[in-house]
Design a protein around this ligand. Structure first.
Ligand code: PLP
Length: 317
């Protein structure tokens, strides 16, 4: 494992070899893709961000006039991204992913679990739909869910989150069930130039070495915190799918949420999720009235869970 920052490699006997120009392929990126493909049981392609991965997948698969069925309550930025494609004739309709997707759509987009509502999709109902099914499994990670084994055609991760895991690399990945689909997407990626750089790919490779222990610890700590939040008088709803380090809960209103998010010392008041450091924020600042004003999203890191709870409990006072 080393970083190869070259953009060119010499031709071999006057002909391009495996590597010749890094928009086509880079050895560090390929090494990361092999590791990711093994984790999800498919053919992985790396992209410069989770959002870039979604853009490439949608534009690579669909054409003007097509409709995406998007899971209601999923990551806010995914809907924002897809709505920008309306200008190019792509429609998005939202649906409740705990039931079957609507008919007459050309792509089904699920999130397992949704961020920040933490619902799980009905994968069986989606797999029965004739359209290709994408599962954004960013918050599950392959440690807890391998959607290709449940009938999905593509898995997407913001690798920025748990996979890289240290809040220092921006990356996305699409894992394809079908090799021909991966080849088509790779060609689309090369010609459109939506390619990942080797340095973040190296950080991702390093992060993957500890993925399982990190995620197991985050799940165990989240379980402790969820149980205590559920018994706390200042907390209304607590959302957690029963695994993973991502959870959300509601306090009385926007003012209360602001007091809590700015009142912690161990938990950092910042966006994003999935890193070694715990982060928490009120989501209404980004998502407006799509979320309750008092909703706080917490990504549990690797700190001592007792220290995390003491921090949270003091901020909830
Ligand atoms: N999918 C989910 C579930 C996310 O939480 C995010 C980012 O928060 C993304 C996709 C987008 O990923 P990125 O920020 O790497 O573009």
């Amino acid at each position: 494992m080393s970083v190869d920052r070259s953009t060119i490699w010499p031709y071999e006997n006057g002909e391009p070899g495996t590597y010749y120009y890094s928009r086509y392929a880079n050895p560090t990126v390929v090494e990361a893709e092999q590791a990711l493909g093994a984790l999800d049981g498919g053919h992985a392609l790396l992209f410069p961000s989770g959002t870039g991965a979604a853009t490439a997948l949608v534009l690579g698969l669909l054409q003007p006039g097509d409709t995406i069925a998007l899971a209601e309550g999923c990551y806010f930025g995914t809907g924002v991204n897809f709505r920008t494609f309306e200008r190019w004739g792509l429609r998005t309709v939202e649906f409740d992913q705990t039931g079957p997707p609507p008919e007459d759509v050309q792509l089904v987009w699920l999130e397992a679990p949704s961020n920040p509502f933490l619902t799980m999709p009905d994968l069986e109902a989606a797999a029965a739909h004739p359209a290709p099914v994408v599962v954004d499994a960013t918050a599950s990670t392959p440690v807890h869910l391998r959607p290709l084994e449940h009938g999905a055609d593509y898995v997407l991760h913001s690798a920025t989150k748990y996979l890289a895991g240290h809040h220092d690399a921006l990356l996305g990945v699409v894992v394809c069930k079908d090799e021909a689909a991966a080849t088509a997407l790779r060609t689309f990626r090369t010609v459109t130039g939506i390619v990942a750089a080797p340095d973040p790919a190296f950080l991702l490779l390093r992060g993957l070495k500890t993925l399982e222990v990190r995620v197991q610890r985050q799940t165990a700590s989240a379980a402790v915190i969820v149980e205590r939040l559920r018994g706390h008088p200042a907390v209304e709803t607590v959302r957690w799918p029963g695994f993973g380090g991502l959870l959300s809960f509601d306090v009385a209103d926007g003012d209360a949420a602001r007091r809590v998010e700015t009142g912690t010392r161990v938990i950092v008041n910042a966006t994003s999720l999935g890193g070694v450091t715990s982060v928490m924020e009120s989501r209404a600042r980004w998502e407006g009235d799509r979320v309750p004003a008092g909703l706080l999203r917490l990504s549990v890191g690797l700190e001592d869970p007792e220290a995390l709870w003491a921090d949270l409990a003091s901020a909830l006072h």
